[in-house]
Design a protein around this ligand. Sequence first.
Ligand code: CTP
Length: 437
Amino acid sequence: MTVVAGLARRASRARNATTRSAPKGNGNVNGKRILLIIGGGIAAYKCLELIRRLRERGVAVRVVLTRAATEFVTPLSVGALTNERVLTSLFDLSDEQEIGHIRLSREADLLVVAPATADLLARMAGGHADDLATTVLLATDKPVLAVPAMNPHMWTHAATRRNVDRLAADGIEFLGPNEGEMAEGGEVGLGRMAEPHEILAAIAERLGGASGASAALAGRRVVVTSGPTHEPIDPVRYIANRSSGKQGHAIATAAAAMGAETVMVSGPTNLTDPAGVATVHVETAREMLEAVEAALPADVVVCAAAVADWRVADAAGSKIKKSKGKPVPKLDLVQNPDILRTVAELDAKRPPLVIGFAAETDNVVANAKKKLRTKGCDWIVANDVSAGTGVMGGDRNSVHLVTAKGVEDWPRMSKDEVARRLMERISKGVAKLRGAK
Ligand code: CTP
């Protein structure tokens, strides 16, 4: 059995199982040093965003580009972000050629290889040292995190499985790959590089215990719902919606980054569990409610999940068969519990801050204001999910924050940015509540 099979089994166990415990730590990565080795793959562009975010958090980033990586990102753009000379070949170390690569590999707290292409993994597994990237990786005494990205067939190929097996046995850690659409030709499968916020969280988990610079929510407990729910029709069919879980996962990541003890209850998604977040995997609305209630008491609950409003009254225990002349089955639907309203209506266990989302296609703000009243929550984050906005499943969002005080229109920004801004607002809201106590 290969390690990839083992990893896949562990991943599927993690998906099916209940919780992962959150790591401890103060979340501070300020002053840490990363050596980022960028491999030659289309996903290399994501490293620019990663570098920016690491720098924002006070992390010093030194970059080695493989020769192939320079086809995808330029030393000039990387250098402008790191504020350091970008190294591409062994000869860049001409000043101290003998010890340069040793120093380079040891002056960092962590080495990150992203994208870890099939070729780079193969050369690492073979112990090659024929360029600066592999030489540094061979010379290091520091932990190495590999973030693979490649075509799904390359990832599942026996040769890559052997290499990953070998590297995992050598102590290299892996993040991803994620499942999703490939850059080339719309192919879908396991091979997409983890997103910058996921890499950042994984780095912070290893270096700082959580994923961010501030500990504004340290000592606070935040519960987040994310993703869609699946409501079974029979054992093979279900009712679902288009939610990707990106916004909810980003909120949980941001909460953990600010030092909160974070629990995320997620419906089925293709996303990696955020590092530093205790994730509970559920399928249905009723399971989601049960998991949220079990996660209370909390200081803040953010309901970002797109919960199915209805479920099939009597889901069939075995597959519904079609046969000629037999009538098409009629689905009798019943209402699902409203998780947000249930939490907002709790008495003693009601969290001080309960926040909902409003997914609307028409009269966005007016409907959100109505939801604030009918659901009894404190804030509503309203977003326009009409076809054409690209919000459902996309990476960007444009939201309005609706509170008892009024409406704030936020400019269009990435879902990660929305999450960070929201968590900053939440930390201020929680501080006020603390002051009021
Ligand atoms: N929500 C929930 N449980 C449900 C339905 C919705 O917790 N059964 C939460 C969502 O997570 C979100 C908010 O309620 O925070 C609003 O969800 P939305 O889908 O916009 O509204 P609905 O309540 O489903 O109403 P409608 O579909 O009629 O707009």
